[in-house]
Design a protein around this ligand. Structure first.
Ligand code: ATP
Length: 233
């Protein structure tokens, strides 16, 4: 459903991604693993049209999307949850969620508020609180929940577990499992290998902008030398 083929991405003259290829199918969670600065965020931004992929192809549902405007890519049903939390601090949790509501595309899974509150009980308790009064982890949940209000078919999650309390990491794991069960495609960028191992079917390891491993999670688990070489464990 989402496929990158030989992507080369640049920030100005800086050549950051080199021949990156990867694929995420419906009902599948693919972990994009790598150290700080390896190119995980740049890969996601390349998909979203927020970083310049100058060469290669990006296909979404079989259609080339490289070079489209970011808003047009989002409208195809790709939800992006960036590393930095994007919530409206002056709006309540409920209002933040309402802002995320979009007309669903055909075949998209629509998430009801009650379901989101079941996935994220903290948000249910704080539904009338202002976004700015939430903890960092709760803001991260709210960003994910708001993205789901847009009924995406594919979700890109950039380091959702970073700097977040264990209880919230737990809720994120359940949420990712729910997305997979509902047939969404999930690309998950992570430095937390244990979290990624728990929720992902496959792993791609990126190092210095190059994919160094692409395979089943079980295969990675059986290759300690690969984990040691490319991941901070
Ligand atoms: P992190 O965990 O820190 O987010 P990452 O794997 O997501 O790491 P990227 O943010 O994709 O890494 O960064 C990849 C490389 O691109 C790094 O060397 C970084 O310094 C460089 N880079 C990122 N943003 C820019 C920019 N706007 N201009 C120039 N170089 C950049």
């Amino acid at each position: 459903m989402l496929e990158l083929r030989g992507i080369h991405t640049f920030y100005g003259a800086a050549h950051i991604l080199h021949d990156v290829s990867l694929e995420v199918r419906p009902g599948e969670v693919v972990a994009l693993l790598g150290r700080n600065g390896a190119g995980k965020t740049t890969t996601m931004k390349s998909v979203m049209g927020l970083a310049e992929a100058r060469r290669g192809e990006i296909l979404y549902e079989g259609r080339p999307i490289r070079g489209l405007a970011a808003f047009a890519i989002a409208r195809l049903g790709i939800g992006y949850v960036p590393e930095e939390r994007r919530i409206f601090k002056q709006l309540t949790v409920m209002e933040n969620l309402e802002v995320g509501r979009r007309e669903p595309l055909e075949g998209a899974r629509v998430w009801e508020l009650d379901e989101l509150f079941t996935l994220f009980p903290n948000l249910a308790e704080r539904r009338e609180n202002l976004g700015g009064h939430l903890s960092g982890g709760e803001q991260q949940m709210l960003t994910i929940a708001r993205t789901l209000m847009g009924a995406p078919k594919t979700v890109l999650l950039d380091e959702p577990s970073e700097g977040v309390a264990p209880v919230i990491v737990e809720q994120m794991a359940h949420t990712i499992e729910a997305l997979k069960a509902q047939g969404l495609a999930v690309l998950l960028s992570e430095q937390n290998v244990r979290f990624a191992e728990r929720v992902s079917d496959r792993a791609c390891i990126i190092e210095s902008g190059r994919i160094q491993f692409d395979g089943a999670m079980a295969e990675l688990a059986a290759r300690p030398e690969v984990r040691e070489q490319y991941l901070a464990l």
